[in-house]
Write a protein that binds this ligand. Structure first.
Ligand code: GLV
Length: 327
């Protein structure tokens, strides 16, 4: 009997590759650029499973082009690229990769925070330029981190992992989330729940950790920047459209906030031109979860979800497990 087919829109790491190749006929998109949409639609026509990145939209159009598809496994925790109700209607399992990237992403939120507060990238550019003339009293003075207040909008697994690291900096932790954290979590993280505007008004660093939903699109816009301290920094490792980039640029132009450090953008891979030339902004190319260990785990979970569907087991991180229960 021929093996079921899996199309992966990116080559995978060795561990998940070997796992998959035991069970399936696997086809990879191997080119450095992301596959054009037409190519994805063509390749899914006779595939039984899809392993995709957050750059691929799994929507009605794709599902209609993939009549045999049983699972779309996203190699990302965020799944705003997947129309889960459409998958459910067509009895296609959708899955993501929660749990394995929280700590790595939290490390990177701190990387960004520290880079922008302590002007690391400006310093790096100065040293490389050969223009550095030696130690000097007021050169590249940034903002202290220790002892300040860090404020979270969104306090799920990743936000909490970032907050856990704040105690080493002896910081005050404040947060807002649609759902208040359990008392034991607040106690462990020494975190205080506040209304959103109070978080914005009191934080020296505002770190975003909400999923992208209709309600969170442009959660940070002109009105919110106006509430922040002029000395505060915005850190975004969630999703680009959570921030109104034009409003962010206007706030930076007006000196409404001190700076920003971003891993994600409204229209990736495009970056608002008003961000590019600024020294008080640190920009990363959506790499918060990009450690070899974590990306390997993410791809492995995607492979395990696919294997589970075809071996009659429960996929570990299905977003719509009811699809299987209904069968
Ligand atoms: C990356 O952005 C992810 O959602 O895993």
């Amino acid at each position: 009997m021929s093996k079921p087919k899996v199309f992966c829109t990116h080559p995978l790491f060795e561990t998940p590759r070997k796992l998959l190749e035991e069970h399936f006929e696997v086809e990879y998109w191997n080119r450095p650029e992301r596959p054009p949409r037409a190519e994805v639609l063509k390749r899914v026509a006779d595939t039984d499973a899809l392993i995709c990145l957050l750059t691929e939209k799994v929507n009605e159009e794709l599902l209609a082009a993939a009549p045999k598809l049983r699972i779309a496994a996203n190699v990302a925790v965020g799944f705003d690229n997947i129309d889960v109700p459409a998958c459910t209607r067509r009895k296609v399992v959708a899955s993501n990769t929660p749990g394995v990237l929280d700590e790595t992403t939290a490390d990177f939120a701190w990387t960004l925070l520290m880079a922008v507060a302590r002007r690391l990238l400006e310093g790096d550019r100065l040293v490389r330029s050969g223009q550095w003339t030696g130690w000097n009293l007021d050169q590249l003075c940034g903002a202290d981190i220790w002892g300040k207040t860090i404020g979270f909008l969104g306090f799920g697994r990743i936000g909490r992992a970032v907050a856990r690291r704040a105690s080493g900096f002896r910081m005050r932790v404040i947060y807002h989330d649609a759902v208040r954290a359990p008392a034991e979590v607040e106690k462990e993280l020494n975190a205080t729940f506040l209304e959103r505007d109070a978080v914005l008004a009191q934080a020296d660093f505002v770190s975003l950790h909400v999923p992208l939903l209709p309600d969170t699109r442009h959660l940070m816009s002109a009105a919110q920047f106006a509430k922040m301290k002029r000395t505060a920094f915005l850190i975004n490792t969630s999703r680009g459209p959570v921030v109104d980039e034009a409003a962010l640029v206007a706030a930076l132009d007006a000196g409404r906030i001190a700076g920003a450090a971003l891993d994600v953008y409204e229209n990736e891979p495009q970056v608002h031109p008003g961000l590019v030339g600024r020294s008080n902004v640190a920009l990363a190319p959506h790499i918060a979860s990009a450690s070899v260990e974590t990306r390997t785990k993410m791809a492995t979970i995607a492979a395990e979800n696919v294997i589970a569907v075809f071996t009659g087991r429960r996929p570990p991180t299905a977003l719509n497990p009811e699809v299987l229960e209904a069968k």
